[in-house]
Write a protein that binds this ligand. Structure first.
Ligand SMILES: [Zn+2]
Ligand SMILES: [Zn+2]
Length: 512
């Protein structure tokens, strides 16, 4: 994501030839003991630290997945901080960083977690200066690796030098940083924002944005135009600061992205530029029929008893850290559909990411042959199951059979379908998903990431695919940028893009 962010301050100083002054990099040094006072000695393992899971795995864009797969590196080892605002019971909250004091260079951060991340980056990330030899194949046209030579140049070097403006280790030396300054300026402001947002999460402040409203009053419509209207009409506590918006949308993007497509109030439609295709409207109409049932006329007494329709199943295939989001975040999906029930099913070998406290998995029994974790007491409207298993294994065993376009939907969060490191894993799964004729929604970290997935589906699956939702920016993407600790040049944004497809349906025609 090489966006057009340019720091005016830096540009000005470039022009005048003055290097920006180092800012408050080491002004605040709290002792580590004091800093982690809220945590006891165990890193917090409660469900809450979910902004973190996103940091560790989710934020890692497809490039990092590739690293992970190839080098077998565990990204988490470098980036496993908990959220310090998750206070242990009985420990009172202490604000450690004020809103005007959030910027600290990573290696001098008051947070031990962030200092650990800095050390990890310095060990694993490479200097992007074009004088170095290439360390890997470039993955996108904008990848700084593309500017390096694969044969000539100095040996690759790890990042050592922290830019004084963003506080993140980005180059091997001050010389390389100064020499490549103009290309760094493109991301410097965003990196600084990431730096401050990460420190904000660990500041110990009160987070009113993480208080989630309960069920929506029947008849009170939710305005799904964008994040602002959504948060307002869902009566979230007033979120006026950009930073709070970034923190809250980073978690809510997962349930609300799904909800924004399925709801009858969806911002995607078949009008010009509305991105929904005719096939998409057909598929969604079926689901909306279930999700927005007519009032049954049933009352509270025995005479008013009516049969309730079964739950709508949302299969989250290839699930990773989103499976560890607090359940009240996932419950926000159900609140958009007051008269429907949901069963969310996380499937994939990584679907227990950041859920260490729930191990061991239940034993495999005849009634639970895949050892799924079933949480059926979240609320009357929401049940969640987790299968640490490949989808194609479950599909072939007929485990979820039968599929019904009125009751089922697949969701793939940043699947990396077309990514060289992960596409082979999808080759067996995607044809089975198409076979069900159930809608499949997918997101991507960037425009490039999403288009690559789309192209892969079109190339591999030939004409067997109907496009339901044309690819484009997700109206409910995370507003927060995330950093890939293995490559600080690679910044991305959760669920940036959104599109949808389905196995092709053939109309039967009469032969006269
Ligand atoms: Zn260098
Ligand atoms: Zn910088």
């Amino acid at each position: 994501m090489w966006s057009s962010y340019t720091c005016q301050r830096c540009l000005a100083s470039l022009k005048t030839g003055v290097r920006p002054q180092l800012q408050c990099a080491s002004q605040v040094r709290l002792s580590p003991q004091r800093w982690i006072s809220s945590q006891n000695d165990q890193p917090t393992k409660s469900r809450l630290p979910t902004a973190q899971p996103l940091l560790t795995k989710r934020s890692v864009s497809s490039t990092a997945r590739r690293y992970q797969n190839i080098a077998g590196d565990v990204v988490q080892s470098g980036t496993s901080p908990g959220l310090e605002y998750t206070h242990a019971p009985g420990v009172s909250r202490r604000v450690l960083l004020q809103p005007d004091n959030l910027f600290h260079s990573f290696s001098n951060s008051p947070s031990p977690d962030i200092r650990r991340r800095a050390a990890y980056m310095k060990q694993h990330a490479y200097c992007p200066h074009p004088d170095h030899r290439q360390t890997r194949q470039p993955t996108t046209p904008d990848d700084p690796e593309a500017k390096k030579s694969s044969t000539a140049g100095s040996p690759p070097a790890h990042v050592r030098f922290e830019c004084p403006d963003c506080g993140i280790p980005v180059y091997c030396s001050e010389d390389h940083w100064a020499d490549d300054y103009e290309s760094h300026l493109e991301i410097c402001d965003t990196l600084r924002q990431i730096n401050e947002d990460d420190h904000d999460l660990r500041s110990g402040r009160v987070f009113p944005e993480f208080k989630y409203p309960g069920p929506q009053l029947e008849g009170a419509l939710v305005n799904m135009t964008n994040w602002d209207t959504f948060l307002y009409s869902r009566e979230f506590e007033a979120i006026n600061a950009d930073r709070s918006m970034r923190q809250v949308t980073r978690l809510l993007t997962y349930p609300i992205t799904i909800g924004s497509v399925l709801t009858e109030l969806s911002p995607y439609n078949i009008r010009r530029g509305g991105r929904l295709t005719t096939e998409g409207l057909k598929s969604l109409s079926a689901l909306r029929y279930t999700l927005h049932p007519p009032l049954s006329g049933g009352g509270g007494d025995i005479k008013g008893l009516r049969l309730n329709p079964p739950a709508v199943r949302i299969f989250i295939v290839g699930a990773r850290a989103e499976s560890s989001l607090p359940r009240e975040v996932w419950a926000q999906l159900t609140h958009l559909f007051p008269r429907a029930k949901f069963h969310i099913i996380f499937i994939g070998p990584e679907s227990m990411s950041n859920r260490d406290d729930e191990f061991p998995l239940p034993p495999r029994t005849p009634s639970n042959p895949y050892g799924a974790i079933v949480e059926d007491r979240i609320s009357g409207e929401l049940k969640i199951s987790t299968y640490v298993e490949y989808y194609h294994t479950l599909h072939k065993a007929g485990h979820f059979y039968p599929y019904d376009p009125y009751f089922d939907c697949f969701m793939l969060f940043h699947p990396g379908l077309g990514h060289p490191a992960s596409s082979h894993e999808w080759e067996e799964t995607v044809p089975l998903l198409l076979e069900t004729k159930v809608p499949i929604l997918a997101t991507g970290y960037t425009e490039w990431d999403m288009q690559r997935d789309l192209k892969w589906v079109q190339d591999k699956m030939g004409g067997e695919v109907d496009l339901l939702l044309e690819p484009g920016e997700n109206k409910f993407r995370s507003l927060r940028w995330d950093l890939n600790d293995l490559d600080p040049q690679d910044i991305s944004c959760g669920n940036w893009g959104l599109w949808g497809f389905r196995g092709k349906r053939y109309e039967t025609t009469r032969k006269d």
